[in-house]
Design a protein. Structure first.
Length: 245
């Protein structure tokens, strides 16, 4: 029992530290130190998003039920699924940046506070923020374990995750829309790398599909605490943006 808990905590710490380290390093390199604190908060909140783990756990369970599936096939299917989510979110981010370019920065703070409150309350009440969860489950278990099937599933599921992360992404889009086109595209890429990082860590650092599934399930069981923590981070960030930026 203790070893299982340690594995779960180790995976969470690896996810959070990787997300925060990547964000701080790239923003410092780009000379955008004033964005480090708000973007670190957004990255930290989204990297522990329970909705992502719920979806990924479903996929890992579905893969574990397939007969005679090799580890190479699991990696290929998992990567196709993750790549689809990355591409879909990146395209969505470009749209959000275009739509929010003229909005003042304080609105990003207001969005963070409202969405943080929503995340905290739904977490406390243990309410799912995934749209059509049962339909998502059916789609995952219906699909064949092929690269194309996993990719198409990832595109579809990207939109079911929107209620879980739309507020965070919107606040991010408003903040980065002020730094110029090239930097905006780079920062969108950074955000989405952080968004999919937990999935890649779970896929590649665990010893087997069984271990990956177990770790993901354990993280999902802490959805209430993770949602409340993410909500509190977003509320604090919103106040910081309104008062300090």
């Amino acid at each position: 029992m203790v070893s299982r808990v340690r594995s779960e905590i180790k995976a969470l710490l690896l996810i959070i530290l990787s997300s925060l380290g990547l964000t701080a390093g790239i923003l410092t390199f780009l000379g955008l130190k004033e964005l480090i604190y708000p973007l670190l908060a957004l990255a930290g909140a989204d990297s522990i998003n329970p909705c992502t783990f719920v979806i990924y756990t479903m996929l890992l369970i579905a893969l574990s039920l397939k007969e005679n599936i090799s580890k190479r096939r699991i990696y290929a299917v998992g990567l196709a699924f993750v790549a689809a989510i990355y591409i879909s979110y990146y395209v969505l981010g470009i749209g959000l940046v275009i739509l929010t370019k003229t909005l003042p920065t304080w609105i990003a703070g207001a969005v963070a506070i409202v969405f943080g409150g929503y995340t905290f309350i739904t977490g406390y009440l243990e309410k799912s923020r995934i749209v059509g969860k049962n339909e998502v489950r059916r789609n995952i278990f219906r699909k064949e374990a092929t690269i194309f099937g996993a990719f198409s599933l990832g595109v579809i599921i990207s939109f079911t995750l929107l209620p879980c992360s739309a507020g965070t992404y919107l606040a991010y889009a408003i903040l980065i829309s002020k730094v110029g086109r090239t930097l905006t595209l780079i920062l969108l890429a950074l955000y989405n790398i952080i968004f999919i990082l937990p999935l890649l860590i779970i896929l590649f650092t665990m010893g087997s599909i069984t271990e990956s599934k177990s770790i993901s399930q354990k993280i999902v069981q802490r959805s209430r605490e993770l949602s409340m923590a993410a909500g509190a981070i977003l509320i604090a960030l919103g106040i910081y943006i309104i008062i300090g930026m």
